[in-house]
Design a protein. Structure first.
Length: 335
């Protein structure tokens, strides 16, 4: 809903306030010298969305007689991946380009925000490249990505790049407040990491007997089952938080793509934190005088990275985790 009485501009993400990148962007907007094409890169998709919204707000509403939030502004357009495959296709890309070619409605400027820009298929990327070569007047194209090098090099070379640091507490991006009597996904995940660390801590530096192997394997299955349910809960919480900020006219396949993206992002985050927990365990063993731990840790991380890559080929995350933990059982106990 628009409002001509809004007291202030949309704030930058709190972790970025006062950073050099924000200062450069603010100054460029004030001087009307911001580039036509921006490539924003961060590990956290919420950070990217927050930056894009703040930029769009300043470009569209500064000095305007009518003030709208970017979500509702008639001169702000968005392009998102669609469907479970999370692809930006040629037809949707052409539709966006048609919109930005038309004169603005109420603002001096127009803004187009492309979410998950690396998800453009080859046809869409080539169509979009032509627009970057001859951008429409008074139009700023903002590409958001967590994987800039998945974009065509010709697209990257035509954009002004800004990289933003990750939020200091990524888990805080989950729906934050705990409800009475119910643990949030964040609480459950921290408990899972503690149990994983305890499982590693029970590993002797020698071959295990049958009972010990059996106990460890049952723990693997238990942790794997919990992992899947926590990921589902974290995705649901994050989706509930995020969908309230989305435009009302967002297509169903775009909503599916966003929810899938949330799950994939959390899954990557979880695996990164499993690696960090493994690293912490290795450091403790090293301090205790275990001189072989460097080689063992390297083998464990190599296995985790291998399984993480398989996730991109649609390997189920529970299967990937189970395989990693069973491999870890062998790696840590057969020295």
């Amino acid at each position: 809903m628009g409002s001509s009485q809004r007291p202030s501009l949309i704030a930058w993400p709190s972790s970025l306030e006062g950073t050099p990148a924000v200062a450069v962007i603010e100054q460029a907007i004030e001087r009307k010298r911001l580039g036509h094409s921006l490539l924003l890169h961060a590990e956290n998709v919420e950070t990217l969305a927050g930056v894009a919204e703040a930029i769009a707000d300043r470009l569209l509403n500064s000095g305007a007689s009518q003030v709208f939030s970017p979500h509702d502004h008639p001169d702000c357009f968005t392009l998102r991946p669609a469907g479970k495959m999370r692809i930006i296709g040629a037809e949707d890309t052409r539709e966006l380009i048609t919109k930005v070619q038309v004169s603005s409605s109420i603002s001096e400027n127009k803004v187009a925000i492309i979410f998950d820009a690396e998800r453009m298929n080859p046809a869409a990327a080539n169509i979009f490249l032509k627009t970057l070569e001859e951008p429409p007047a008074q139009t700023t194209l903002i590409l958001l990505t967590t994987r800039p090098y998945a974009l065509l090099s010709t697209i990257r070379s035509r954009c002004l790049h800004f990289r933003f640091p990750s939020e200091p507490n990524v888990a805080g991006a989950w729906a934050g407040k705990e409800e009475a009597g119910e643990d949030t996904a964040k609480t459950l995940w921290l408990s899972w990491l503690a149990d994983y660390a305890a499982w590693l801590g029970r590993m002797p530096g020698e071959n295990l007997d049958r009972k010990a192997v059996s106990d460890h394997i049952f723990t693997v299955y238990g942790l794997t089952a919990r992992f899947g349910s926590i990921l589902d809960k974290a995705t649901d919480e994050n989706w509930e938080k995020q969908k309230s900020t989305l435009p009302d006219d967002l297509a169903e396949d775009e909503k599916v793509a966003i929810e899938t993206g949330i799950a994939n992002g959390l899954r990557s985050q979880f695996f990164a934190e499993i690696e960090e927990a493994t690293r912490t365990h290795a450091r403790a063993r090293l301090r205790a005088g275990d001189i072989t731990v460097r080689r063992t840790f390297a083998a464990a991380v190599e296995q985790l990275e291998h399984n993480s890559k398989l996730l991109r080929l649609n390997l189920n995350e529970s299967a990937a985790l189970e395989d990693f933990m069973l491999s870890s059982l062998r790696i840590w106990s057969v020295r």
